[in-house]
Design a protein around this ligand. Structure first.
Ligand SMILES: Cc1cc2nc3c(=O)[nH]c(=O)nc-3n(C[C@H](O)[C@H](O)[C@H](O)COP(=O)(O)OP(=O)(O)OC[C@H]3O[C@@H](n4cnc5c(N)ncnc54)[C@H](O)[C@@H]3O)c2cc1C
Length: 320
């Protein structure tokens, strides 16, 4: 099985989710290659070796500098044609979703999206996809190759196996329509600390906080623990916190070592986004809150009393 993994990058870092998908592909076996597209990205490509890519294909072109999908579709279509890749995997992101969909249309290939696992079975590949509001996992397959798959973010840990990659350049031509769009402006949200996708510790706030001003409690605890802040959809919909922090079915999937849920009921749609966390601590005043059913540590009490005390204790212990 020849597998190609699209390695998205931000600045001079390969995206963690893409490295996780690469590590999973390496675990499944066969020839696993990565592909990095951009301008001035050759050095970046070698970084994929330890995560399981024996080869990393690189295409450098000014048309690939901006994170626009269409030129990437041209480059990937060229590469799939040249290498005969049977499987092309993408780690879920806004850009990857556009590229995967466009490539599927270009190659007349099947795309399974929002997968949370992959399994090699009978010489082929089977994907696992959550369905019925994430309450069940269904097996999905492909009837032809290349098989394209978009993996839900946070599904696989980027595990290093220590290999090295052979970095190979390739060239592509671009369709006229592929270079018709240009990047007019890029804006970055100012934030400090790790993002929820990368954080080892997440402190999440829900409606139990009582109002947007009380998110300061959650932020202070996250800061003391060196973690990131997440939120439920209820508070995002209410405008208390930005959507980028939403965890769950219609938000992000996260898997930190520690997840502290403050004033969160634990609805199934929230659970699916954080159940892969190492240790789950929940603080809720209702002893029957569903979140306690899947927490490692349940604290029954008022977040307004417990969270500031916890922050104080953590700060004392850490000497900050
Ligand atoms: C299609 C669909 C997709 C969805 N996607 C998502 C998603 O991606 N992410 C997500 O989170 N939700 C999602 N939801 C919404 C989900 O069903 C819940 O409504 C939401 O998660 C509830 O958020 P919450 O826990 O903040 O609020 P609530 O359910 O209102 O819970 C608040 C909790 O706080 C506790 N509480 C109140 N006061 C205090 C206090 N002073 N101290 C301690 N505890 C207190 C209460 O006991 C309660 O358990 C989705 C729903 C649908 C239908």
């Amino acid at each position: 099985m020849a597998t190609l993994v699209f390695l998205e990058h931000h600045g001079d870092e390969l995206q963690k989710g893409a490295l996780g998908v690469l590590a999973k592909a390496a675990q499944l076996g066969g020839d696993v290659a990565g592909v990095v597209l951009g301008a001035g990205v050759a050095e970046l490509a070698a970084k994929a070796g330890p995560f399981g890519a024996s080869v990393v294909h690189v295409c450098e072109d000014a048309a690939l500098e901006a994170p626009l999908p269409q030129p990437r579709i041209d480059a990937l279509a060229t590469l799939v044609g040249e290498t005969g890749a049977e499987t092309v995997l993408f780690a879920g992101s806004v850009l990857a979703a556009d590229v995967a969909a466009g490539l599927a249309a270009r190659l007349d290939a099947g795309l399974n999206w929002d997968l949370v696992d992959l399994e090699a079975r009978d010489g082929g590949l089977v994907g696992k996809r959550p369905a019925l509001q994430d309450s069940v996992l269904v097996d999905v397959g492909w009837t032809s190759t290349p098989r394209l798959a978009l993996i839900r973010s946070g599904s696989f840990e980027p595990q290093e196996t220590g290999g090295t990659a052979d970095v190979r350049s390739f060239e592509t031509s671009f369709e006229d329509f592929s270079t018709a769009a240009t990047m007019v402006e890029r804006a970055h949200e100012e934030s400090s600390g790790p993002s929820i996708e990368d954080a080892d510790v997440i402190v999440a706030g829900g409606r139990g906080l009582g109002g947007p001003e009380n998110f300061a409690l959650v932020e202070d605890l996250a800061k003391a623990l060196g973690g990131a802040v997440a939120a439920t959809r209820a508070v995002v919909d209410a405008g208390w916190y930005p959507y980028a922090a939403q965890v769950g079915q219609t938000g992000k999937t996260v898997a930190p070592k520690l997840y502290v849920a403050c004033g969160i009921s634990g609805a199934i749609q929230h659970k699916v986004g954080m159940q892969g966390s190492g240790t789950i601590v929940a603080i809720n005043k209702d002893p029957n809150a569903p979140i306690f059913e899947y927490s490692d540590l349940a604290v029954v009490g008022d977040v307004h009393e417990i969270v500031p005390k916890l922050t104080e204790l953590v700060s004392e212990k850490r000497g900050s």
